[in-house]
Design a protein around this ligand. Sequence first.
Ligand code: CAA
Length: 258
Amino acid sequence: MTYENIIVAKHGKVALITLNRPKALNALSPDLTRELGEALDVLEIDPTVAAVVLTGSEKAFAAGADIKVMKDWSYMDVYSANFITATWERIAKFRKPTIAAVAGYALGGGCELAMMCDFIIAADNAKFGQPEITIGTIPGAGGTQRLTRLIGKSKAMEMVLTGRMMDAVEAERAGLVTRIVPADQLISDALKTAEKIASMSMPIAMMAKDAVNRAYEVSLSEGIHFERRLFHSTFATEDQKEGMNAFSEKRPPVFKDK
Ligand code: CAA
């Protein structure tokens, strides 16, 4: 499939999606988010894809929802269309592992999109923020919820109320990103990490992701119950047999995604 606002490339079992509206700093227009959703629909059922890396440009991962498109929308426009629409949230529902590789600005919807991925690797020039308050609105794609869960109330509240940006060092210290890499190594590092994940059994990686995500939805005892059931079900897979036999036989496992 060809797209106008994103580029999708395959690197072995990893799909690299690059947001590609450089003139608008990858502002998330309705067309861009629709294309992103369509691409994810295709990748989710592609058995040759085991992980996804989502990135932008060196200057901007994404500078937020497209302000110029939405500035004249009425209450009924956004309410009727249920903006932010489900296409935005598509990556949060994607079942295979996802990594956001963030360089430059990840602001507003851009920060929210990065947080919808399973984890964030930041370039040393990355800047995160929820500046919606500076343009007379509030985060609308999960920013007040996901940022608060990731970095705690105090810091999230300050960022949402002042609109200030956080640099990569502060973001790592706060737990928003898993690590910082030099900007020129961001894509290679993210792809290497995704390839490592893609070398595991795909269904087992999907179960691991599902279990970790459950921690954000349910109580501890329910989460542990969910984890236990998934753990048990890994024993119904050929890949669990292969992984444990390979360990016993002192050889690398050959997973078949079965
Ligand atoms: N929407 C539309 N266009 C945008 C944009 C956005 N969110 N962010 C940047 N652009 C455009 C600019 O208008 C500009 O276009 P023109 O050349 O046609 O004027 C181009 O991208 C380059 O931007 P700047 O000239 O502003 O670049 P800069 O380096 O001086 O500043 C910036 C960079 C600090 C990121 C600044 O562009 C900025 O503040 N952008 C807006 C950030 C923002 O408020 N994001 C939140 C949006 S609301 C939201 O996301 C709601 C939600 O929760 C879903």
